[in-house]
Design a protein around this ligand. Sequence first.
Ligand code: FEO
Length: 172
Amino acid sequence: MIDSKMADALNDQINAELYSSYLYLAMAADLSSKNFNGFAQWMRVQAQEELIHAMKLYDYLIQRGGAVLLAQVDAPATSWDNVLSAFEDAYEHEKYVTGRINSLVDLAEELRDHATRSFLQWFVDEQVEEEATADEVVGKLRMVSDSGNGMLMMDRDLGAREPLLVASDDAD
Ligand code: FEO
């Protein structure tokens, strides 16, 4: 049975991942409203990925005999000045999440909870990828944000990101 301190911290992380999903969905909606449907698609898929992160924690907690306690999810911002500022916020958010994952690892080590420490390694590795991806998009946007053509090309490229989850109507 998982230590209650560790279970509380994992429940907080479920909330943080659900908030991440909400944040990226808000960015997707704002980008769609500005006709950047490719950037919006990328954010929609990112929102799905965050939901999967939350579910990994959810399943692990249940597997270890912990109770999943879902708390209120804060409302994210609803609009950004431009595409670059949305992706800059996404990058900052990922750095914040990395800090949270590192704190969870510290707690697992302090509690000598080797199973949770091992489980969390997936998130440690995932955060390296999450930060690198967001940082790369920010870097490219800084290069092209003054060029209409460049922005349209990036919008098209990022719009190629495949969905991870499909609505049941689209599944067959
Ligand atoms: Fe679940 Fe983007 O970190």
